[in-house]
Write a protein that binds this ligand. Structure first.
Ligand code: PGA
Length: 251
């Protein structure tokens, strides 16, 4: 059985003061949820605050990127041990915004994923096609390349610890969600591809999230799909009642 995992991706929102405010609203609502794993992936500067506030609750803290090197001359990067010491347990890797604006490639995603695993951080690795790629009928080809590149050299035991987030780029922040049937079909394809790469047992253990305009009104239907194990939530994670409604998708 795969435990559902709902993660908020705060992106570049909330200063420390904003983090204190949002978590003080959110924790009384979701802090004791046990049937679903709840994660908030916050900006680097908010990790320590979020870790201190969530201590003793069931909410976990994640970062939104990690350097592939241990330390050294990498201006602007943050290392895995810095994240861990600050209190992060998860880390988002290869979000489409990083691929689009900051030159992230399948190769850099792979190096960051290897580094996260080596340091005991749990990666949430994002994959997904653009609108042009979907309309051009090459969604599977794109996902295949992202999965083969992103998970190159990773052992099956390590793969089982990775969360994959399928985020169709055209659905992110647009209010345009993939239909539950579209999301299920694509996520089932991803699971099949993981089975071909790592074996069926591993593929059956990997949790795969849907991301892209997931919100209180569509969460239940998406989560009811057999291959969808969670959500990576952007906009709706910034409002405590909305994020809570997604976390408690079963009502
Ligand atoms: P969204 O973002 O929920 O605002 O579409 C999801 C994401 O980018 O992770």
């Amino acid at each position: 059985m795969r435990k559902p995992i709902i993660a908020g991706n705060w992106k570049m929102n909330n200063t420390v003061a904003g983090t204190k405010q949002l978590l003080s609203e959110l924790l009384p609502l979701v802090g004791d949820v046990t049937e679903t794993e709840v994660v908030v992936c916050v900006p680097f500067t908010d990790i320590a605050t979020a870790a201190a506030m969530t201590a003793g609750t069931n909410v976990k803290v994640g970062a939104q990127n990690v350097a592939w090197a241990d330390k050294g001359a990498f201006t602007g990067e943050i290392s895995a041990d810095m994240l861990k010491e600050a209190g992060a347990e998860y880390v988002i890797i290869g979000h489409s915004e990083r691929r689009q604006y900051f030159g992230e490639t399948d190769e850099s995603v792979n190096k960051r994923t290897v580094q996260a695993l080596k340091n005991g951080l749990k990666p949430i690795v994002c994959v997904g096609e653009t609108l042009a790629e979907r309309e051009g009928g090459i969604t599977e080809e794109v996902l295949c390349r992202q999965l083969e590149g992103g998970f190159s050299g990773i052992a099956s035991e390590q793969m089982a610890q990775i969360v994959v987030a399928y985020e169709p780029v055209w659905a992110i922040g647009t209010g345009k969600t993939a239909t539950s049937a579209q999301a299920e079909e694509t996520i089932a394809y991803i699971r099949g591809k993981l089975a071909a790469m790592f074996g069926k047992k591993t593929a059956d253990a990997v949790r795969i999230q849907y991301g892209g305009s997931m919100n209180p009104s569509n969460a239940k239907e998406l989560m009811a799909q057999p291959d969808i194990d969670g959500g990576l939530i952007g906009g709706a994670s910034l409002k405590a009642p909305d994020f809570t409604a997604v976390v408690k998708y079963n009502g």
